[in-house]
Design a protein around this ligand. Structure first.
Ligand SMILES: [Zn+2]
Length: 193
């Protein structure tokens, strides 16, 4: 648990912002609400609050995914985010859209919801049980997901979140070995794209 240094609210730590106002003053740890109020005042923009903070969506297998919806107002625009918490410090699905200040927040939220529905409409990994063992493999020749740091290792080892679930570098490597000898292309995409 971490506490906002401005309003005193306890937070899981997710969405907290380290804010440095003046270079010679110590940084402060503040919550998303305080950060948005501060940046909205500074930029003279609306701090839009009239939105659902929670949303549940079904994936293509009929499984419910529960999202927490939030935003951060940046000098370049607003970042809307829907995050699925699957455990302590664990995030499953995560979707982001960028809103320009000229755009209506409701339109940005509609784009976010559309992105969630599209993201949940297909899966990239196939799980089968064969002779008591779970086999995982790529469903097709295309896989989409998110790169995160695997904190089980000290070095810069990634893990991958695909279909809202974690896969280690080793697991991905094993799945790729079913295509040994083939070529591949790798494309890195910004979270708001
Ligand atoms: Zn606060």
């Amino acid at each position: 648990m971490e506490r906002c240094q401005w309003c005193g609210k306890d937070s899981s730590g997710y969405g907290m912002v380290v804010l440095t106002i003046k270079e010679d003053e110590p940084s402060q740890l503040i919550c998303e609400d305080c950060y948005n109020r501060y940046t909205a005042d500074m930029l003279g923009v609306e701090d839009y609050k009239d939105f659902e903070k929670e949303a549940t969506f079904k994936d293509c297998d009929g499984i419910d995914h529960y999202f927490q919806v939030g935003k951060k107002i940046h000098p370049t625009g607003i970042c809307w985010k829907a995050v699925e918490f699957t455990g302590v410090d664990k995030i499953g699905y995560s979707f982001e859209v960028h809103q320009d200040f000229e755009e209506d927040s409701n339109d940005a939220l509609r784009r976010l919801y559309k992105k969630i529905r599209k993201g949940l409409s297909q899966k990239f990994i196939k799980r089968e049980v064969f002779q008591g063992h779970e086999l995982i493999s790529f469903k097709d020749n295309l896989v989409e997901g998110r790169i995160e740091w695997d904190d089980r290792y000290d070095d810069r080892t990634p893990k991958f979140i695909i279909d809202g679930q974690e896969y280690s570098l080793e697991e991905i490597g094993r799945m790729m070995m079913s295509c040994e000898g083939w070529n591949f292309k790798l494309e890195i995409i910004e979270p708001t794209e």
